[in-house]
Design a protein around this ligand. Structure first.
Ligand code: DGL
Length: 261
């Protein structure tokens, strides 16, 4: 539990693109009667190859946008943003902020029986090492694997079956050799590839999606008060792609998307 006891009626959710919709979907399912603002920073995707300096600049613009929107709570649905910029964002935001990383760590610690956990994430998240640090603090043996092609596969609507299967094998083989019994999906785009991942690992591995415990935590704190669901979508580029591919992920039509400057 990382949140303060507050009503949190207007909730922002941010990701570099489509991936954060896997988090938003779970939050919205538990709390359909809230006001939401989802921001896909599609002009800057992928975050996973950016430097710390670039991410701090990006995070400043995100906070400025959500300060103007006067939200109560911002969900950093992006592992890369959480790992690199959450502390800085908290220092300049007029709202509370939670990020996915601690939720992934706690769920993995609870789940593992052999204390061996794999983390798959973007290169920036792996290099930052927050997952590794927090897991090790809990006495867990950790192996991380950066999966640079996965975000592109998802943003491109997962069209190339053979290529995806080949890359899944390449990125997950070291984790299987390490004999991890738990793998954290350390990037919000990856739950969309879950069938590919399970096809390679088999059923004996548990995949942790941090969005599960994160959404339960928000729900526990602020309940589903309010009387209607109101969602506004914003993107920084390509609103029509977001409408088409985003609808498939969220499982309902996305009719209106506003493109920001
Ligand atoms: N989906 C984001 C994450 O959870 C980042 C993907 C990217 O833009 O590289 O890390």
């Amino acid at each position: 539990m990382y949140l303060k006891q507050k009503p949190y009626n207007k909730i922002g959710v941010v990701d570099s693109g489509l991936g954060g919709l896997t988090v938003f979907k779970k939050v919205k399912k538990l709390m359909p009667n809230k006001q939401y603002i989802y921001l896909a920073d599609s002009a800057n995707v992928p975050y996973g190859t950016k430097t710390k300096e670039q991410m701090i600049k990006i995070s400043e613009n995100i906070v400025r946008f959500f300060n103007e929107q006067q939200i109560d709570l911002l969900v950093l649905a992006c592992n890369t943003l959480t790992s690199i910029a959450m502390d800085y964002m908290k220092s300049i935001a007029n709202f509370d902020i939670i990020g996915v990383v601690e939720y992934g760590v706690n769920s993995a610690v609870k789940n593992t029986t052999n204390k061996k956990v794999g983390v798959i994430a973007t290169k920036a998240t792996v290099d930052n090492g927050l997952y590794e640090k927090l897991l090790k603090k809990n006495g867990i043996y950790v192996i991380q694997s950066a999966c640079p092609d996965f975000v592109g596969f998802v943003e491109d609507d997962c069209k190339d079956y053979d290529k995806i299967s080949e890359k899944v094998k390449e990125y997950l083989r070291p984790i299987m050799e390490f004999e991890a019994d738990t793998i954290i999906l350390g990037c919000t785009h990856y739950p969309i590839l879950i069938n590919y991942l399970k096809q390679y690992t088999g059923e004996n591995i548990t995949f942790i999606d941090p969005a599960d415990s994160l959404s339960e935590d928000i729900y526990e704190i602020c309940g589903n008060y309010g009387n209607k669901c109101d969602i506004e979508y914003f993107v920084t580029k390509n609103p029509s792609d977001f409408k088409i591919n985003g609808s498939k992920i969220i499982g309902e039509p996305i009719d209106k998307v506003t493109e920001m400057e």
